[in-house]
Design a protein around this ligand. Sequence first.
Ligand code: CAA
Length: 694
Amino acid sequence: MTAFARAAVQLRGVGDVLVADIDNPPVNALSHAVRAGLIAALDRLEADETLSGLVIAARGRLFSAGADINEFNADIEPPFLGDVIERLETATKPVIAAIHGSALGGGLELAIACHGRIAADDAVFGLPEVKLGILPGAGGIVRLPRLVGIEQAVAMIAEGRRIDASEALTAGLIDRIATGDLIGEATEMVSAAVRSALPRTSERPFPLFDAAQQDATRKALAGRYRGQDAPQKAVDLLAMAARTPVAEALRLEQAACKALLSTDQSRALRHLFTAERDATRVAGVDRETAARPIDRVGIVGAGTMGRGIAVACLDAGLPVVLVGRSEASIEAARQAISKIYGSAVKRGRLSETAVEERLARLETTPVLDRLCEADLVIETIAEDPDAKRAVISAIDLIVPERTILVTNTSFLDIESLAQATERPGHFAGMHFFNPANVMKLVENVRTKRAAPDVLVTLMAFAKRLGKTAVMVGPSEGFVVNRMLSKRTREALFLLQEGATPRQIDRVLTDFGFPVGPLALADMAGLDVLAATRAARLAAMSERERGADIVERLVAAGRLGRKNGAGYYTYGDSRTPQPDPAVDTLLAAHRAERGIAARTVTDDEVRERCLFAIINEGAKLLEENAVARPGDIDVLWTKGLGFPAHLGGPMHYAETIGLSHVHSALSRYAGIVGDEYFKPARLIEQGAAGDGRFS
Ligand code: CAA
């Protein structure tokens, strides 16, 4: 039997109105078949005298997510979206868009060229192209300001702001919100439009956008989107559209969008779009594997991490049983959680009622047996392997067979902890970052025997908590901390060699990080970092042990931001101020170690800090501690401030060239030491081969 592909645009008649339903799962992207289908609908509309007009609607959960991103890497085949839209706007019979779910990108451009728009009350509208490093190229820039004014257009085009149906109605983006049957009401709009002149969006006047407004907009966007080209280009194009006849403006808009598609920034942002979606999937696990339901969470350990995780779960609407060691510890936890919520109320982020509702879902108890109904239990006591094993065994005996047991650890050997349970298939790790209710990253840690659906459940659970999660394999420090520790090491070595804290931080913030590594260290607390170094001392090289700058700062009473002095001093403002006392301390450190300070160039600072990270990322890939280079990029851009328009460290390495990275690593191996900079095998192979991590 032959299987027929379903048409990407399906036509039906409702009275004398033709309804074209876009049907291109999963998100009704405007792929070639859809564009061709819409042209066919317009042909039919014009050819059939019995038809009074056309409604463009869609099947599935949304109207359209816009242009098909998968077509961006090759030459796009005609008919082009701009041409479809032009045909539609100039049709001689009314065309009405009936929007449900979302109308995004090209989907919205299509809708705003129709002669009228009606939307379901839960519809959302946006032009998210800028987040892909491009801009609307099918009339969005030329038409949108004519409907919603310049301010709203700037927010939507240059910042990717999405608006809901009621705001869209007030702004003039849509004409009506459906009160019942969306398609029925859309066909009524066709009938009404037949009796009046067809309103063409591009014939409306373009709003005022004078030079002063343009300057102010450029400045504001430059501050908010440092280093990103597309928001600035949006202002140029809006200014162009304000002074240029429509046909020419549409041509220039399309050409500008096409040019942006081939920029490194757009490639980087599109890479992240795909990488973020790939990262939600566990490598080697069937895509169809379903997550198990998690309706009740148990947390064992009522310290800082346990409390943070409890708040994250409560915020996600889950009931939580938090088990502490004693009545006193659970009382302290309750008070700490109330304090977190108290400050959320004070800052206007939560209402008293919302807090009450959350706290009503929290049970605190010293009794482990209370976990007997939990679907997922997270053990989060202190990082002592013996104590953790004992608690994991105790939980194992109490909870039902179906319960997934997770240990929250930042560096312990997960396979050895797995041996403490009789449920190796239902055991895995999660590495939350402190404070767990605030930090958006989670590393889920797979074990050899963890069941596929358990791993899938942990990914879904992290998503439910509003976190970006990546599945990592067992390895000391997992991915984030292992990579970060290399940047920290290089920062310390560079300070020893003659760089200053302000130089290192300036170079990395100029690169695009929101905060430099040393200002970040001050935020984390130098005493905390000194304690981490003390715990890792045995694993450090002699040179790393000798780079005891953090210890010296702590000994000098400089604990970081918390007491107003660390690598910098902090007066009344929170801005780090360089402090000559730190320069003196660094000079004394060098003198004691017999190191002659030299001039370190900004290029060397940038390359050593970044290439140390990239080299470690490559080693993690070699060890299978992380499945995809894109997973590393997601972790760094979502959680560690790596500039998204550079795509994350691994994508950045491929962009500047693995052969360049390889030769720089080899050079630094000569200067700093082979043990720190010997290029990873994957970089060596990529440099010699196709220039990619594969
Ligand atoms: N083209 C092709 N595929 C798309 C797509 C698009 N525009 N948008 C989403 N998808 C794919 C995703 O890659 C994903 O595929 P996989 O399952 O294979 O990974 C699938 O659709 C589902 O997407 P999500 O996982 O993101 O689903 P969601 O429900 O969480 O979100 C969404 C849906 C809100 C539409 C979200 O996908 C989204 O924001 N998409 C981006 C939309 C966008 O950027 N549009 C602008 C495109 S450029 C343009 O239109 C301008 C132009 O004229 C050149």
